[in-house]
Ligand binder design. Structure first.
Ligand SMILES: *Cc1c(COP(=O)(O)O)cnc(C)c1O
Length: 482
């Protein structure tokens, strides 16, 4: 076995991170991990993009997932995390997955493949990033003898993945707010059956937006923020993006590397997209040297990104609930990282543009920028009817149940008529049992929970219910935090 990435880059020159809005201090990895959002409202990106070793894709066939992850992540964390600790953290993080391969690849037809990203503890792809990120938090905080309070709002997937990532960790206390009666029973139980002392589930008498507003208000209260050492693990955290780069390399190496079923061809990826974190990780992989034909952005009816690719403008509309709720967004926050690159890392321009997008709900891009975007990205909108049709068709043809998010990715790949003859890898972002109603509606079959969650409905739940009131919530955290 090779010793992946041990000497590259030199740990004496650790990675620095800059904000996409150009007005926040440069930070190192440990600081970026804990900061999440930059002080200027921007998102952190590496000061330089690291390059993969030129033979990385060729070597993937002889590596396991943890080895690929170690080699890909090392340049981003060098200087903040020791190499040995990185290996241990990744080994432990991916030992929680129900598949030895971590991300198994399955062939659907000639060109179409599924990369199953849902074998983690909470059955959605968020585990791939949050399992290592929870451990990285603990590592950095323990070393500084610090303790933080993570607060978050969830409409479903993020809450359970974040809770699983930090449960029983000494350095972290987590308070997760969900809107009462508005998350599915599977999703609620995945959160509330975690009985760890550092996990606090709170059902808020309100909507998801109310929960999010409470979180924002808690962060805006400076005295409280400092007193409780508030922190977040939301999808704009750089550490989450970097962990998602790995499976692009993994799938490319396994399929298009030497000895693979599509050896020598250029792979494409189709990505069911919400906040643009997942597909942006694919762009990062190409920036570091991965040879990719196309990145397909799959949208549900909330199609701001598909329209952007078609028209060259971002136009905000209202969010419509769909069968793929984890993609029901108005603005894809991680897209700012791509815009920063497209505009030659002009942070001041990005800051102006984002302010104007918020106020006018419109942002147009030049033709030459869009030409560059379209040379790599393509996109399509798949509505609920088509989502159900794709689920039914995949079941009829392949005997396989897929979740509605995955169906959007497959549908988008078909619409986009991907050039070349390389494999088209659809990222399967959730287990079908996580969205049983849609799957049953499409196929007549209710998918069963996997073995490790089979008794989910028999487990005791622990949560508190609070009114949608900032003062009450603040007092609750002070009384129940450590
Ligand atoms: C979060 C999520 C997505 C969207 O991913 P982004 O990184 O926000 O684009 C897609 N599918 C599922 C199942 C998810 O949980």
């Amino acid at each position: 076995m090779t010793q992946p990435g041990r000497l590259s880059p030199d740990p004496a020159t650790p990675m620095r991170y800059v904000s996409t809005r150009g007005a926040a201090p440069e930070l190192d990895f440990a600081q970026v991990l804990l900061a999440g959002l930059a002080d200027d409202g921007g998102l952190y990106v590496p000061a330089q993009w690291p390059a993969f070793a030129p033979d990385l894709v060729e070597r993937v066939a002889d590596m396991d997932y943890v080895q690929v992850a170690t080699e890909v992540l090392w340049p981003y964390v060098a200087g903040s995390i020791d190499h040995d600790r990185l290996v241990t953290i990744l080994t432990e993080a991916y030992a929680t997955f129900a598949s030895d391969e971590v991300v198994p690849l399955r062939q659907l037809d000639d060109r179409l493949w599924l990369a199953e990203l849902f074998h983690g503890p909470t059955l959605a792809f968020k585990d791939i990033a949050l399992q290592p990120v929870g451990r990285l938090f603990d590592e950095v905080l323990a070393r500084q003898d610090r303790h933080v309070t993570i607060v978050g709002a969830t409409s479903g997937d993020t809450g359970s993945a974040a809770i699983e990532a930090v449960r029983d960790r000494d350095s972290v206390e987590i308070f997760m707010f969900h809107p009462v009666g508005r998350v599915s029973e599977v999703q609620r139980r995945q959160m509330t059956t975690v009985l760890s002392a550092n996990v606090h589930n709170v059902a808020i008498d309100g909507t998801f937006d109310d929960c999010q507003d409470l979180v924002k208000a808690l962060f805006a209260d400076e005295a409280f923020r400092v007193r409780r050492q508030l922190s977040a693990v939301n999808s704009i955290n750089w550490a989450r993006v970097m962990a998602q780069v790995v499976y692009y390399v993994w799938a490319a190496g396994r399929l298009s590397g030497p000895g693979g079923p599509a050896a020598g061809s250029r792979p494409s990826f189709s990505v069911p997209t919400g906040n643009f974190g997942n597909v942006f990780a694919g762009w990062v992989a190409t920036r570091s040297g991965l040879d990719v034909e196309r990145l397909v952005v799959g949208s549900n009816s909330n199609d701001i990104l598909a329209r952007w690719l078609a028209t060259g403008a971002l136009d905000m509309t209202v969010v419509e609930p769909t069968l793929s709720p984890s993609m029901d967004i108005q603005v894809s926050s991680n897209q700012e990282r791509l815009v920063f690159e497209l505009w030659g890392r002009d942070g001041a321009r990005v800051a102006d543009a984002m302010a104007s997008l918020r106020s006018t709900r419109h942002l147009a891009f030049d033709d030459n920028v869009m030409a560059e975007v379209r040379s790599l990205f393509d996109g399509a909108r798949i509505d609920d009817d088509e989502t159900l049709a794709v689920i039914a068709e995949v079941y009829a043809r392949h005997g396989m149940l897929i979740d509605p998010h995955t169906a959007v990715g497959i549908g988008a790949a078909r619409h986009c008529d991907v050039p070349g003859d390389g494999p088209v890898v659809c990222l399967a972002t959730a287990h079908p049992a996580k969205f049983p109603d849609a799957v049953e509606q499409a196929t007549g079959i209710r998918p069963a929970l996997p073995a490790h969650l089979a008794d989910l409905f028999d487990r005791p739940e622990k949560f508190d219910s609070l009114p949608n009131d900032l003062d009450t919530v603040r007092r609750y955290i002070d009384a129940n935090g450590r």
